[in-house]
Design a protein around this ligand. Structure first.
Ligand SMILES: NC(=O)c1ccc[n+]([C@@H]2O[C@H](COP(=O)([O-])OP(=O)(O)OC[C@H]3O[C@@H](n4cnc5c(N)ncnc54)[C@H](O)[C@@H]3O)[C@@H](O)[C@H]2O)c1
Length: 312
């Protein structure tokens, strides 16, 4: 008998709440919103609030709040936002010590209770957190990916559409590398209706937008006192949807590399195809000499973070 998909969200904070809303509103499946026991009331409260929104909109999905991992059993997708976000003046890497400890606990529970899930990690520092999730669960790389490239590419797209005064629907951008200041915007693959942006915009303006994209998370942290949550949630939902509906979308994500782009045993942002099998393949694209150099610098930063994690 057909059954609804089940999407579990570990962390019911700002991103977790928005993830629940988006997943339910798109009727992707039933949603479990899990947080620590001290925040169980928040998870349950958000679940009720969203269920009442669904009643207004006439949508079929059920959201429940919990702090009990047994409730994520049978999940098709698990999205992890557990941890602390940045405050003004902090880098993503400053979160490593505290979030690593949280991620180890979460990963152990995901392994035990949702062994067949497609896992999307969002918590920062992203590349180290998703690496830890794979290490602790032992899940195949097809089933553990990180959300960052979707968001970084969307940020670049939004800035480009505004600058070029064109519809954001026609803008396609690709940002690779680690999720930090070393991210790599690939201009050859960034287009407006197929036209490379280099033909539409001056080098100076593009450089300014690239800089703004790389620091796009920090810009929002400085304005709000905490991290962005609408766009990060939308990025992860596009990944979950591609998996649940076997859409085979190509999305920039943090993927575990096994020799692709010349890197092994690390997570980095690259284009991947997400199908019903999970991360079905890493798409290897040609990079310019400059982009390769930037990717190398990004990989070095990611490696340093993974080495620091191993010592904690
Ligand atoms: N990958 C990205 O592009 C990206 C973008 C923005 C934010 N982030 C990161 O996502 C994370 C979440 O951000 P947020 O704004 O939702 O933060 P938030 O503080 O609003 O929510 C985090 C939630 O995690 C919960 N939590 C803590 N420990 C837990 C545990 N052991 N088990 C279950 N839940 C636990 C907290 O109680 C809190 O409710 C942060 O680390 C942030 O830096 C990543």
């Amino acid at each position: 008998m057909p059954k609804r998909s089940k999407i579990s969200l570990v962390g019911a904070g700002n991103i977790g709440g928005e993830l629940a809303m988006l997943a339910a509103r798109r009727e992707l499946g039933d949603v479990v919103l899990l947080d620590i026991p001290e925040k169980e009331g928040v998870a349950k409260g958000k679940a009720l609030d969203i269920n009442q929104t669904l009643a207004l909109d006439g949508l079929d999905a059920r959201v429940t709040g919990t702090s009990n991992y047994a409730d994520i059993a049978g999940s098709d997708v698990v999205i992890v936002t557990a941890g602390v976000p940045r405050k003004p003046g902090m880098s993503r890497d400053d979160l490593l010590t505290i979030n690593l400890k949280i991620m180890r606990g979460v990963a152990g529970n995901v392994k035990q209770h949702a062994p067949n899930a497609f896992v999307i990690v969002i918590s920062n520092p992203l590349d180290a957190m998703v690496y830890e999730m794979k290490k602790v669960t032992g899940f195949p790389r097809t089933h553990v990916v990180g959300m960052a490239g979707a968001l970084d590419s969307a940020r670049f797209q939004a800035f480009l559409a505004e600058e070029l005064k064109c519809s954001v629907k026609d803008v396609s951008a690709l940002v690779l590398g680690g999720h930090g200041d070393t991210m790599v915007p690939c201009l050859t693959y960034t287009t407006v209706k197929g036209i490379p942006v280099g033909q539409l915009c001056s080098k100076e303006k593009l450089a300014a937008m690239i800089e703004r994209t790389a620091k796009g998370g920090g810009e929002i942290v400085n304005l709000m006192g905490t991290s962005a949550y609408y766009a990060p949630a939308a990025g992860a939902i596009s990944m979950a949807e591609s998996y649940l509906k076997d859409q085979r979308r190509t999305i920039a994500c943090a993927a575990f590399l096994e020799g692709e782009y010349g890197y092994k045993d690390l997570y980095m942002g690259v284009p991947i195809v997400i199908s019903g099998k999970g991360m079905e393949k890493v798409v290897e694209i040609e990079l310019s000499a400059d982009e390769k150099k930037m990717l190398e610098a990004s990989a070095k930063a990611v490696r340093e973070l993974i080495e620091a994690s191993a010592k904690l």
